[in-house]
Design a protein around this ligand. Structure first.
Ligand SMILES: Cc1cc2nc3c(=O)[nH]c(=O)nc-3n(C[C@H](O)[C@H](O)[C@H](O)COP(=O)(O)OP(=O)(O)OC[C@H]3O[C@@H](n4cnc5c(N)ncnc54)[C@H](O)[C@@H]3O)c2cc1C
Length: 438
């Protein structure tokens, strides 16, 4: 592969340590032309091809035994037009880089998840979402996409393919560029404060009131307590009043990462400590309010490694889901230190979006990497499935194509686009065979 910085055999592991791969070869193209050549060359040699994002999916969606394509040399904004709000970016651009780069051009992404280390194409591929009852996930921001197909062609997705390509699971080709529909740059007023469980999760009406009162509403429930931490972010015309550096370091680094990491290690060794540790944590929860650029408010560092499963439910089912998880924890005696995270999204029309066709609430359960997650995740999955849940494509789940076909009305349409764009299955892997059926 003369045009790419290919390296010899290497082993790749994702952030959570739940997936590993030993690709036959690795390419790091510096131009789209090099990417086209690398893909065509590998496919002609009979290799499967996968792009590597930042490795932040918990599933084996990025695993390949063929050619792994690193996109860290294909980064940056190609064009951005404040008049139309359209920004075309190279696929390997990280969300962390994109926030300030868009800001400098007077633009922002309307919604983001809670970390920003993902690549644009990686985040899109699995349906990454943030929170907001009137807002969709990242896939709803896609206005255009260029894919490199197995024969090396650069394919400009026509409008009728975008609902498939916007959340494409990496199954359609290697994304070279994405055009995002952005909004004028904005600042958020962030308010974080504790709340009682019943104040918000008593029933669908209290949860709706919370979700609808804010542009971006999110909560964390601490298992074995009746306490929540709530985050309410709203657009504001106020001048930025960021957290002082010492406060950001204290809250986001020391308490949320360093101390939380110690607590998790201690709790993994002695799970009986967990209810007391969680009770102390909820008593220590403080309130804080600040105003900052949107991309700085959305993302926080996550250094304590964990495993996660997350399901999107009809929004109305969220209080019941959390109540059933609480009930299972009580009955099972299982101890969990990590908070359960709850977010919302508006219904959208992206074919494989977890919020396709319905206003959704997301319930995510986490377990520290040093503790066994299986019993807890199995129980949570069974509860969330029974309430009509759809699993996040990048988070741990056990569903197969047959299960998923019943959950997505446009599943077969997605498979038809895949048959057209990747008939030889150059871009497949075992995870895709499980969730797409071949
Ligand atoms: C700590 C943490 C916090 C998270 N927070 C959130 C959150 O707030 N909201 C949420 O919804 N999810 C969240 N996630 C999940 C995460 O956003 C997704 O799993 C996302 O897909 C990871 O992006 P990545 O760049 O790491 O991609 P990877 O995990 O490396 O890859 C994901 C998929 O994208 C494909 N891919 C990457 N680049 C390309 C390309 N150029 N062309 C074609 N396919 C490509 C890969 O082959 C793979 O199939 C979180 C995960 C972690 C570990």
């Amino acid at each position: 592969m003369p045009t790419t910085a290919a390296t010899a055999r290497h082993t790749w592991t994702n952030w959570a340590g739940t997936a590993t791969a030993t690709p036959a070869d690795v390419a790091a193209p510096a131009t789209i032309a090099e990417l086209q050549q690398a893909v065509a060359h590998a496919a002609a040699a009979g290799l499967r091809v996968k792009a590597l994002g930042s490795g932040h999916s918990f599933t084996a969606v990025a695993v390949t035994d063929g050619l792994a394509v690193r996109l860290d040399r294909l980064r940056g904004i190609v064009t951005a037009d404040p008049a139309t709000g359209l920004a075309t970016v190279l696929a390997g651009t990280t969300l962390h880089e994109l926030g300030p780069a868009l800001w400098d051009r007077g633009l922002a992404m309307p919604n983001l998840g809670d970390i920003d280390v993902q690549t644009v194409a990686g985040a899109l591929a699995t349906g990454t979402h943030g929170t907001g009852a009137r807002l969709g996930g990242l896939g709803t921001q896609v206005a255009g996409m260029q894919l490199v197909l197995a024969d090396g062609t650069l394919h400009d997705c026509p409008a009728d393919e975008l609902p498939a390509a916007a959340i494409g699971l990496g199954a359609l080709g290697i994304v070279a560029t994405v055009t995002l529909r952005c909004v004028p740059a904005f600042v958020l007023r962030a308010e974080e404060r504790p709340a009682a469980f019943d104040e918000i999760l008593r029933d669908p009406a209290t949860f709706d009131a919370f979700a609808e009162a804010h542009d971006h509403a999110e909560l964390y429930w601490f298992p074995h307590t009746r306490r929540l931490l709530t985050k309410r972010n709203d657009r504001t015309g106020d001048a930025a009043r960021p957290l002082p550096r010492w406060r950001r370091v204290l809250d986001d680094e020391l308490l949320s990462n360093t101390v939380f990491g110690w607590a998790n290690r201690a709790c993994a060794a002695r799970p009986s400590l967990i209810p007391r540790v969680n009770a102390i944590a909820t008593r220590a929860l403080g309130a804080r309010t600040f105003v900052d650029r949107s991309y700085r408010v959305f993302a926080t560092p996550r250094r304590v490694r964990f495993r996660e499963t997350e399901y999107a439910l009809p929004r109305v089912a969220v209080p019941q889901a959390v109540a059933e998880i609480e009930d299972w924890l009580r009955r099972s005696g299982e101890r969990v230190a990590f908070p359960v995270e709850v977010r919302v999204a508006a219904a959208d029309d992206v074919w494989l979006s977890t919020a396709h066709g319905r206003d959704s609430g997301y319930v995510a359960v986490h377990q520290y990497v040093g503790a066994d997650h299986t019993r807890y995740f199995d129980a949570a999955e069974s509860i969330l499935r029974s309430l009509g849940g759809r699993p996040h494509w990048g988070k741990m789940h056990s569903l197969t194509a047959d299960d998923l076909a019943a959950l997505y009305p446009r599943f077969d349409d997605f498979r038809a686009v895949r048959d057209r764009l990747d008939p030889g299955r150059t871009f497949t892997n075992p995870y895709l065979r499980r969730v797409l059926g071949d």
